[in-house]
Design a protein around this ligand. Sequence first.
Ligand code: 8X3
Length: 252
Amino acid sequence: MSKIALITGASSGFGEACARAFAAAGYALILVARSEEKLQQLAAELRPSTAVHVACADMMDAVAVKALVQNLPEPFRAVDVLINNAGLALGVAPAYDADLNDWETMVDTNIKGLMRITHHLLPGMVERNRGHIINMGSVAGSWPYPGGNVYGGTKAFVQQFSRNLRAELLGKQIRVTNLEPGMAETQFSIVRMKGNTEKASQVYENTQPLTAGDIADIALWVASLPPHVNINTLEVMPTCQAWNPFAVSRDM
Ligand code: 8X3
């Protein structure tokens, strides 16, 4: 019997790459995203080698998220690995110039969507005493930067939520990992820059960013470790990225 992985945000980027990597490793998949067309295309591509269930839902929609879990077909109900990947950044404006709707969308997706699907799936994992939750955090959850305001705040939630889950699941055979990528080239910056591809591509100019495949390989590695090994937090940056010194204003 194949293990089952449920991947949110599975239609592109890290999610799509995780779908390919976990399918190649023999997992049956539940693919979750808004776009039915993209999910069906990906499912058709992966189905010859593994079982795939497609579940369309907007992670901001509490009713849809609950329904997708309740309506999982019997062979897909016992989820082994939950990859909480759906999330986004919107805008790089400082807090005093930012669009409040962008903040709401990030909170509703990155925090509430992740929180809700975890809430719906966790009792089953506890009952089976088996499971692994891999949360897609970010370096922005640990390290502040201008323009990071609410995006970084949502990822700090994901980091601490992951740790608290670990604390509460102690004694159960359920693992929790917060995977924290740095600069990675996916649709991430195009979404963040609201479709401005020129601004988005400037983010990666003259760099070698992480790829979605890099992150998927790491997620699969984390999940493939022996059951007694839990990676709590894994921060990963491309080699061309690091931290800055503290910023100091000299003209106040
Ligand atoms: C994405 C990484 O550095 O753009 O979460 O915040 S960063």
